[in-house]
Design a protein around this ligand. Sequence first.
Ligand code: PGA
Length: 220
Amino acid sequence: MKPLFLVANWKSNKTIAEAKDWLKTLKKSLGNISQEKQVVICPSYTILSDFKQLIFEYGLPFKLGAQDISPFSQGEYTGATNGQQIKELADFVIVGHSERRKHFGESLQILSEKTLRAKENGLETFYCTSEKEETIPQDISLVVYEPLFAIGSGNPDTPESVKQIAQFIKDKSQLKSVLYGGSVNSQNVNSFTSMSNIDGVLVGKASLDPLEFAKIIELA
Ligand code: PGA
């Protein structure tokens, strides 16, 4: 069965205490999760270690992802968290998010270094792009299509449009999975995930509320 990815991208939000409360509340409100649904939580680095432990203790079938990765291996790169360090705590990493491109000036060259470091360390990359024409680095298996107008705006793209774009990206890059991101919530998630070509969603704002994210998992 093909996995349906339900990815929570918390961005720069939540303290460790807030994150623990979130997980406790989510656990209480979750029913059975059908097998094809792969939930991936991407919190800040500071939260990953506690979450790894808690997810295990709670017996939740969730995986963890980091929101960034150093383009370098270990060494003299102050402030950078490298792939080997991330792999101790997580299985996935987000690369290419439009907020990183905009606020941190990340170029295509940097993004391709990052995806390489991820691969070397056995991490799967959610490669985000807002341009269907963008050349996706090699060895990527998961692309997240996120049109800029839809991110954080409450104005998602239409499922029909995303379906066509997902098909276009798959045909062009011979990719297996294309996810959608941009103003996904519990009301609209199923309109995306029920499309044959859309292999999951990346959820920003709506993932910060545990009850809302539990509904997204249920209704996807
Ligand atoms: P949003 O964010 O769900 O708040 O629109 C999505 C994203 O930026 O990945």
